[in-house]
Design a protein around this ligand. Structure first.
Ligand SMILES: NC(=O)c1ccc[n+]([C@@H]2O[C@H](COP(=O)([O-])OP(=O)(O)OC[C@H]3O[C@@H](n4cnc5c(N)ncnc54)[C@H](OP(=O)(O)O)[C@@H]3O)[C@@H](O)[C@H]2O)c1
Length: 337
């Protein structure tokens, strides 16, 4: 075990600005406050946050909607006052046993349930951190990791995307959907992407073989046969997509209903068809970290690209939440602390 004391940069003040959420409610429950600058534990690093995603999960936690979100985020009030789970920045302090990280490293981080990224600095376990190449920007890294950490296991592991696989992605303009379209196409699948008219050009540029305008052709009226339907926004159901699935097809969703959860428990649905849901936050940290490295590599090599809709300063967190609450963002919305 290393016995050296932690390395830190000199920090001029002991407090910093963070956006805190002390109670559940509409976006304006978020407010800026001065809080102590975090100190690293022995196996932690502290990161100066340059960009942090405002995710749908975080707006759900803020609003406690659906109500069962309170089981994870705190029954009466938020357990973690500072939201923000996917972020990029620079290491400013390193715990004694947090090798190989050094002050000054550029990194991208998935904090897990502790969050804390809506702040000038955040403390994270060293195992949640991935190095950023020089030519990858903070914004791009956060956007690719935000959607990709969920899309990659769905597309690569559940759908087993490969040449010849017919993959339909519903919600193709969202953070998860835009990533699923790109990863599916990258792995050789023939991707049909469903989105609204405002996002058709964007989605076509992500590698979809075909783009369906959901305002003209809702899923119920869509024809065609697919090996996998991935609903990245949870607006369909296995039953509503049955007519689209091959006899051995799979229905996958990021947003389960009770019925989908039951079907997922057995991974069976009817005859040869299967249904499944997955939860990024429940995956082992080493698996998430390995996938972050894959995603950063794909970004560096130009195999996937970031989709960033809007950016806000840290003080604009409430406005950013209000926009994400509309359900119409394309790709990621970011804060710049
Ligand atoms: N299971 C997990 O681990 C996990 C992880 C991350 C996220 N999620 C969940 O996955 C969902 C999507 O997250 P996200 O960040 O990708 O969402 P998002 O970025 O907010 O998705 C917004 C997009 O959804 C599309 N959309 C809106 N209404 C639609 C409808 N009725 N039918 C089809 N598309 C519609 C819109 O595009 P168009 O208008 O162009 O269609 C919009 O661009 C959220 O509910 C989130 O909580 C789950």
């Amino acid at each position: 075990m290393r016995t050296t004391s932690r390395t830190t940069t000199s920090r001029p003040t002991a407090t910093m600005t963070a956006v805190v959420c002390d109670r559940y409610g509409p976006p304006d429950v978020l407010h800026a406050a001065r809080v102590p600058v975090p100190e690293p534990g022995t196996q932690d690093v502290v990161v100066a946050v340059h960009a942090v995603a405002v995710s749908r999960a975080e707006t759900a936690f803020r609003a406690a909607d659906p109500a069962f979100a309170r089981l994870a985020s705190g029954l009466l009030r938020p357990r973690h006052r500072v939201l923000g789970g996917t972020l990029a920045g620079v290491v400013t302090a390193v715990g004694a046993d947090a090798a190989p990280w050094r002050v000054g490293d550029r990194v991208v981080v998935q904090t897990g349930m502790a969050m804390g990224g809506y702040a000038e600095q955040v403390r994270v376990p060293a195992g949640h951190v991935v190095l950023l190449p020089d030519d990858v920007t903070d914004d791009d890294a956060v956007a690719v990791v935000e959607g990709g950490l969920t899309a990659l296991p769905f597309v690569r592991d559940y759908a087993r995307a490969r040449p010849g696989l017919r993959l339909l992605v519903n919600g193709a303009a969202g953070a998860v959907g835009a990533s699923a379209v790109q990863l599916g196409a990258h792995l050789g699948a023939t991707v049909t992407a469903v989105c609204g008219p405002a996002h058709a050009d964007l989605v076509a540029g992500l590698g979809a073989a075909d783009v369906v305008d959901r305002s003209r052709t809702p899923l119920e009226r869509l024809t065609g046969t697919y090996d996998v339907v991935l609903d990245a926004v949870g607006t369909s159901s296995p039953r509503a997509c049955r007519h689209l699935l091959d006899a051995h097809g799979s229905y996958l969703t990021t947003v389960p209903t009770i019925g989908t959860l039951v079907r997922t428990a057995t991974r069976r649905w009817e005859r040869g068809r299967t249904a499944a849901v997955g939860f990024t936050g429940l995956r082992p940290v080493p698996d998430q970290r390995a996938d972050m490295e894959v995603l950063v590599g794909l970004l560096r090599d130009g195999q996937v690209r970031a989709v960033v809709d809007r950016t806000y300063p840290l003080g604009g967190a409430a406005a950013a939440h209000a926009y994400v609450d509309t359900g119409s963002k394309a790709g990621s919305v970011l804060l710049h602390p």
